[in-house]
Write a protein that binds this ligand. Structure first.
Ligand SMILES: *[C@@H]1O[C@H](CO)[C@@H](O)[C@H](O)[C@H]1NC(C)=O
Ligand SMILES: *[C@@H]1O[C@H](CO)[C@@H](O)[C@H](O)[C@H]1NC(C)=O
Ligand SMILES: *[C@@H]1O[C@H](CO)[C@@H](O)[C@H](O)[C@H]1NC(C)=O
Ligand SMILES: *[C@@H]1O[C@H](CO)[C@@H](O)[C@H](O)[C@H]1NC(C)=O
Length: 321
């Protein structure tokens, strides 16, 4: 049977209208919070806490605005901010993942995210490197990491489950090829979650789907990518933000077009997740005065993270009005 031109036109129009309506439901002005952490003692004179600019650039490249999330603030600060933003990133770094101010704030945000999602209020979280490790502690209630040595660029060993994931199910062929065959994921960590420790922990095992593993320089296997099965929560032990934005000379980063496109894939994925959140700042002035653009990153020529935003503790409880 032949469809008439009119029928075909009507079908096309309906599909396009459907896509248009779906897109229209998304929040086209997503604002994402990046959590600060205490500065290394050597850098304290710049400020008590910092956020590497690479994370800010990565999220902005996906079409998001970024706000800093300070540590050591009142519960009310986090609750108010949470209602204003559309997603949170726990970045990499080097603070204690059981006792730090970073951990305290991450725990509040994580619990708020679980509760919001349980109530149908879509709210995505992303953890990179230490942020990934922090997620494992928040979910399991303990530190199950093993000491290892993983420095350098690697392809991912995808698990058989990756095809069922939200994060990787729609991988375009060239991104799949880059991820699985080329050195595009930047590793820079001395701790990792072994597949064994993961599968022996009921809380982790039921919460996350493992999407990739890697073998560290010292032969230890670690989980390199996971996502929560029932929540828009994603974790990568590697650094998707580094390739285009970090020029550390000592770190053997490779800056290939394939690596840059991988970075962009993950930025686009996460920011699109955040577009599904309808949270909003109470008004434009509050948004404008909270944005990371109110701060100037400090450039130091001798550092691993070459550009950092610094913040001093406010001590008094800073509350958004
Ligand atoms: C933090 O406070 C110190 C000491 O007063 C000051 O030197 C530094 O510039 C401040 N940093 C920021 C980011 O305000
Ligand atoms: C996790 O695995 C490592 C070996 O990779 C082991 O040393 C460590 O004790 C394990 N941690 C726990 C809590 O089981
Ligand atoms: C990836 O890096 C490793 C270690 O440096 C090297 O042996 C390997 O050939 C690289 N693979 C590709 C595809 O460049
Ligand atoms: C992938 O897994 C194999 C088998 O365990 C291992 O030999 C290889 O080093 C892993 N590749 C990477 C890039 O971690």
């Amino acid at each position: 049977m032949m469809y008439s031109t009119v029928t075909i036109l009507v079908i096309c129009f309906t599909i396009i209208l459907g896509l248009y309506i779906c897109d229209g439901k998304l929040n086209s002005r997503p604002v994402i919070g990046v959590l600060a952490q205490s500065s290394n003692p050597d850098d304290r004179y710049h400020g008590d806490t910092f956020i590497p600019s690479t994370y800010v650039k990565w999220l902005e490249s996906g079409g998001a605005m970024v706000v800093p999330i300070r540590v050591k603030e009142s519960d009310q600060y986090y609750e108010t901010l949470f209602k204003s933003i559309n997603g949170v990133v726990f970045p990499g770094g080097g603070v204690n993942i059981l006792t730090s101010y970073f951990t305290k704030a991450a725990k509040l945000l994580y619990n708020m995210a679980l509760k919001a999602n349980d109530q149908g209020d879509y709210f995505p979280l992303w953890g990179t490197c230490m942020g990934f490790q922090q997620l494992t502690v928040l979910t399991s209630g303990k530190n199950l990491l093993s000491h290892l040595h993983a420095h350098g660029m690697l392809p991912l060993n995808l698990t058989s489950d990756y095809g069922q994931s939200r994060l990787l199910e729609d991988l375009p062929m060239d991104i799949w090829t880059s991820l699985t065959l080329f050195n595009v994921t930047a590793n820079h960590h001395n701790w990792g979650l072994s597949p064994k420790n993961f599968s022996q922990n009921q809380a982790l095992q039921s919460f996350y789907r493992v999407l990739s593993t890697n073998v560290a320089n010292n032969g230890e296997e670690f989980i390199s990518t996971f996502e929560a099965k029932k929540y828009p929560i994603y974790g990568v032990q590697w650094h998707p933000e580094k390739v285009p934005y970090d020029w550390d000379l000592g770190d053997a980063l490779s800056h290939t077009k394939r690596g840059v496109k991988v970075t962009q894939y993950f930025a686009n994925f996460f920011v699109e997740e955040c577009r599904k959140s309808a949270h909003q700042f109470p008004d434009m002035d509050t948004l404008l005065s909270t944005l990371i653009s109110n701060y100037n990153p400090h450039f130091s020529k001798d550092k691993r993270f070459q550009e950092d935003y610094y913040f001093n503790f406010t001590h008094n409880s800073y509350v958004l009005v």
